[in-house]
Design a protein around this ligand. Sequence first.
Ligand SMILES: Nc1ncnc2c1ncn2[C@@H]1O[C@H](COP(=O)(O)OP(=O)(O)OP(=O)(O)O)[C@@H](O)[C@H]1O
Ligand code: SF4
Ligand SMILES: [Mg+2]
Length: 338
Amino acid sequence: MIHSKKIIRTVETQTLLRVEDLALEFRTRSGTVQALDQVSFSLAMGETVGLVGESGSGKSVLALAILGILDRAAEVTKGAIALQGIDLLKIPRAELRQKRGKEMAMIFQNPRVALNPIRQVGKQLEDVLAVHQRGPKQGRRDRALALLSQVRIPDPERRYHAYPYELSGGMCQRVMIALALAANPKVLIADEPTTGLDVTTQAAVMGLIRDLGQQGEMGTILITHDLDLAAQYCDRLLVMHAGHIVEAAPTAQILRQPCHPYTTKLIAATPDPHKTLGELLPIAGHLPDLRGDLPPCRFRSRCDRPLPECDRPPLIRQTITPGHTVACHHPLTPEVQP
Ligand SMILES: Nc1ncnc2c1ncn2[C@@H]1O[C@H](COP(=O)(O)OP(=O)(O)OP(=O)(O)O)[C@@H](O)[C@H]1O
Ligand code: SF4
Ligand SMILES: [Mg+2]
């Protein structure tokens, strides 16, 4: 049983990011991959939203689509991605590049790969600051040191001169977070930021991300396989399955009362909160092949309670309680939950 240990706090309701009815395809030699469909959600200032789902469900594609850094094979066929009211899909490329670098930032798993192995970490920070901040070099050095302190790197003066190979995995991830924060982003996307780190370091890195999100005027999207981690650090959860967001709700609500058959199975399949969802996956069936014809509900072949209307479009999205939505014709409501 997974419990949300999150302390409930008042979340600013100012919307930073709104994704509306997004559909995205990849054109590949073996066919068109319908990677995202009917994806809608919003992110508010000061909020941390968790994006959870098994491997291949579309979490990273959604993050990369928001940042506009997908390869040429990707095409958004429908929808909007609005950052503070401006649709990023409609603005000129140069403006998008600027917004992306300045207002949105992403941290990935495996920071060692992302860092330049032959440049001191302080200099790497200065390089990023030089793009965003005019002014004297000394100012950038001071800001780089301040960022290293902000991400709680002990002895920043000394660490400024370190090369990535001289730092632990946790320290490298802190440097990545400092690089992401260099431009004071509005939206921070963390894609599996603690994979490969030991439990103590994982907690420290996640605590840092949470604190930074709460201090700054920023919203955070945490992508993770680990439902327990999401439960601890996220205000709301979005559950993805085969390119659809099948359920969205405040964290405590979704854990207490999951309504989509997939969410229910996902939670039931996590007996040990310290194991990750990616490791477990004992849910019957597989994600459908995203090429070719797909049924309105992409969970149809794995669902054990379908109705005839489940095969007829459109896929219905129902509101269970305000802020709790489920894309299902026949959701498990409190009256019918086993
Ligand atoms: N460049 C690409 N070309 C074709 N298909 C792609 C491409 N990138 C991703 N996909 C497909 O999009 C779907 C979603 O992939 P994505 O990487 O977003 O999954 P994920 O939820 O992040 O999985 P994981 O948890 O393993 O990181 C998958 O079916 C994947 O094969
Ligand atoms: S829409 Fe129908 S088939 Fe899909 S999850 Fe709901 S009940 Fe199952
Ligand atoms: Mg991914």
